[in-house]
Design a binder for this molecule. Structure first.
Ligand code: 13P
Length: 253
């Protein structure tokens, strides 16, 4: 049995001064759901406030990106050591917005993911196709490439610190959700691809989240699917009641 994991991706939305209140509201609204891992991945500048507000709750703090080098002349970047020092536990890697707008490639996803895992943090590695790729019949090819290159040299032992998020790009922030069957099909492909990399037994232990307009109203039917082990939530993670509604669905799935 894989424990469900619901993570919020705050993107570039919440200020440091607003962080504690949102985390505390989420913790309060979800304290009954002890069978779900709950994470708030925030802008780097919010992390200290998020970590502080998470203390004594079951919510954990995470980041939205990390660099692969330990330190040095990399203006604007943040290292895994800084995130560990601040108390973050998770890092989103390879989100489609980083791929689309900031030049992230499968190769840099791989470097970041390995650095995150080596630092003892959990990497949430995102994969997903654009609408154009799906319509061109390239869904499997794209997912397999993102997995094979993005997770190159990630070992079976590393998988204890790995979560994968399937985020169809066409479903992010659009209100369009993949149907549960569409999502399950890709989650099964992701698990099968992972099995080739690290072995079937290990692949069975890795949690695969769905992301893309997951809301309280559609979470239960997505989370009922065999290979959907959680959610990576954008918009609905910014309102405690909505985020809690998704976590309730995960607790009951
Ligand atoms: P939305 O939930 O706003 O569609 O965002 C999904 C996402 O990108 C989470 O990483």
């Amino acid at each position: 049995m894989r424990k469900k994991i619901i993570a919020g991706n705050w993107k570039m939305n919440i200020k440091p001064s607003e962080t504690a209140a949102l985390v505390k509201d989420i913790a309060e609204a979800t304290k009954a759901y002890t069978n779900v891992d709950i994470v708030c991945c925030t802008p780097a500048i919010d992390i200290p406030a998020a970590v502080e507000a998470c203390k004594g709750t079951q919510v954990e703090a995470g980041a939205e990106n990390a660099h692969w080098e330990e330190k040095g002349a990399y203006t604007g970047e943040i290292s895994t050591g800084m995130l560990v020092d601040a108390g973050a536990k998770y890092v989103i890697i390879g989100h489609s917005e980083r791929r689309q707008y900031f030049g992230e490639t499968d190769e840099t996803v791989n470097k970041r993911a390995r650095a995150v895992i080596a630092a003892g943090l959990t990497a949430i590695v995102c994969v997903g196709e654009t609408l154009e790729e799906r319509e061109a019949g390239k869904l499997n090819e794209v997912i397999e490439r993102q997995m094979n290159v993005g997770l190159k040299d990630v070992t079976a032992a590393d998988c204890a610190k790995l979560v994968i998020a399937y985020e169809p790009v066409w479903a992010i922030g659009t209100g369009k959700t993949a149907t549960p069957d569409q999502a399950q099909e890709v989650h099964a492909l992701i698990r099968a691809t992972l099995a080739k990399l690290v072995g079937a037994d290990t692949a069975e232990t890795v949690r695969i989240q769905y992301g893309g307009s997951m809301k309280p109203g559609n979470a239960a039917e997505l989370l009922a699917k065999k290979d959907i082990d959680g959610g990576l939530i954008g918009g609905a993670a910014l309102k405690a009641a909505d985020f809690a509604g998704i976590i309730a669905a995960a607790a009951n799935a």
